[in-house]
Design a protein around this ligand. Structure first.
Ligand SMILES: C[S@@+](CC[C@H](N)C(=O)[O-])C[C@H]1O[C@@H](n2cnc3c(N)ncnc32)[C@H](O)[C@@H]1O
Length: 437
């Protein structure tokens, strides 16, 4: 299977593919290789290689012939080449860090246009736009970070598609306020997961602790005692409960003139520049008019609901639909006083099917899986003049564009943003309109 005693293969790397890897071939078999670049020759260690599998996976561990776009990885723990020298795996979450930022964006554009071509039959030249004010090194943008806890009680992160835990002592993609908490010095024995979030309104960070099964109160109290300068709460993701320990169980986020309350486990855009950028894209792309009937679907805590409500004014209306009970409660608080807004907790397709609203304009911001055919059928049946679709996955977005096309709609404006530097992820905003036919 391998062609050297160290268990590696020499591979010539082909094009980039969706998912953070490039495609190579070995004896007729496709291998998805991470931490490489198109055109390179690398030695790669197979990470998944079942005999019967239609493709294998591998990590580049040594570069034989480098691409001119290759740079030193800014995060040593996520650097696959350094990790291989230590006989370890890199942490997941910065799989494009070995690529110059401008070249990362070109690869993302290639992936986006390829998905759009393959799944929707649409050909577009795509430029991936950096976030205005992005740091030149593409670091310090995450306002949210999630950590596992290693067997020694210290913070750790997972290797890609693996249970392997790698101890961490910095998170260069995270904003300074997260690193300054120095959570790596805390002994988290009795905790299985740690989530940290920093709001933009100046409050202390919020640390959510998920206790390990059977953890004793004394253990969690000992952990909390070690955390300074942050609110702390215990979180049970199964039950969806958050128990305050010190400080607040929610964060305040300010975008423009609006401040939002975000409950500890509630969704908020991760990049510090994302909320403002996406809000401007949505409002600029849809030109919402006073008196219009709008819907904000997958509305979270109301990031887009508030400015849409202001745009339609008191003579218009906004139907905001959100599945999570906590985010929906936040939205009710955040939109309090805007009588034109109706916040409904429930699944988008079911709420639209039950209510059968007539709409002028719709914003869709679904999770990674996309909106899907049932929701899109209901959206197009509501008769809007335009849909603004915010997406964090080019594959589910392109599939959904296909569903809109089946209903006679067309893709109009399309913008793609580099909201997740050093990872393969990207965010897009599109305007779809009913076809003239
Ligand atoms: C990508 S977030 C967008 C939230 C909001 N637009 C924002 O930018 O802050 C997607 C939201 O959809 C919600 N959600 C997921 N599936 C849903 C469904 N089937 N129906 C309604 N909401 C859903 C999630 O709870 C989450 O708040």
């Amino acid at each position: 299977m391998t062609d050297d005693p160290a268990g590696t293969l020499e591979l010539t790397i082909g094009p980039v593919a969706h998912g953070g890897h490039c495609v190579a071939r070995h004896e007729g078999r496709v291998i998805f290789v991470r931490h490489a670049l198109p055109g390179e020759v690398v030695r790669a260690r197979l990470t998944e290689h079942d005999d019967g599998a239609s493709f294998w996976r591998a990590d580049a561990v040594e570069v034989v012939q480098a691409s001119p776009d290759r740079v030193n990885h800014p995060w040593p723990l996520a650097d696959a080449l350094l990790a291989a020298q230590r006989g370890a795996s890199p942490v997941g979450g910065a799989e494009f860090g070995h690529i110059a930022l401008a070249a990362q964006r070109k690869l993302k554009a290639t992936v986006f246009s390829e998905q759009l071509h393959r799944l929707a039959g649409v050909d577009r030249d795509i430029e991936v736009e950096p976030v205005p004010g992005e740091t030149p090194d593409g670091l310090r943008w995450r306002t949210r970070a999630s950590f596992a806890v290693g067997p020694d009680g210290h913070l750790a992160m997972h290797a890609h598609r693996s249970n392997e835990l790698i101890p961490v002592a910095e998170m260069p993609l995270a904003i300074d306020a997260i690193n300054e908490l120095q959570l790596w010095t805390v002994n988290f024995t009795g905790i299985q997961r740690v989530e940290v979030a920093v709001g933009s309104a100046g409050d202390p960070p919020l640390v959510l602790l998920v206790p390990a099964p059977g953890a004793r109160r004394k253990q969690t109290a000992a952990v909390v005692h070690q955390i300074d300068g942050a609110s702390v709460a215990l979180w049970d993701p199964e039950k969806g409960t958050i128990e305050r320990v010190k400080g607040k169980t929610w964060l305040a986020e300010t975008v423009g003139s609006q401040t939002y309350r975000i409950t500890g486990d509630g969704f908020w855009q991760i990049h510090r520049g994302a909320p403002g950028l996406l809000m401007d894209a949505v409002l600029g792309g849809l030109a919402i008019q006073p008196g219009e009937r709008a819907a904000d679907l997958y509305s979270g805590a109301g990031l887009f609901t508030a400015p849409i409500a202001d745009a339609v004014g008191e003579t218009g209306s906004v139907l905001a639909v959100e599945g999570s009970a906590g985010a929906s409660r936040d939205a009710k608080r955040n939109l309090h006083g805007r009588t034109q807004v109706d916040i409904v907790q429930g699944k988008v397709d079911r709420v639209l099917r039950d209510r059968k609203p007539s709409l002028d304009v719709v914003v869709l911001d679904p999770p990674r899986a996309g909106a899907g055919q049932a929701a899109i059928t209901e959206v197009t049946a509501a008769g809007p003049r335009a849909v603004g679709y915010v997406s964090c996955d080019p594959a589910s977005f392109a599939r959904d564009v296909g569903y809109f096309q089946q209903a006679g709609w067309e893709l109009d404006t399309l913008r793609v943003f580099d909201l997740y530097p050093h990872t393969h992820h990207m965010e897009s905003f599109a305007v779809l309109r009913p076809g003239r036919g």
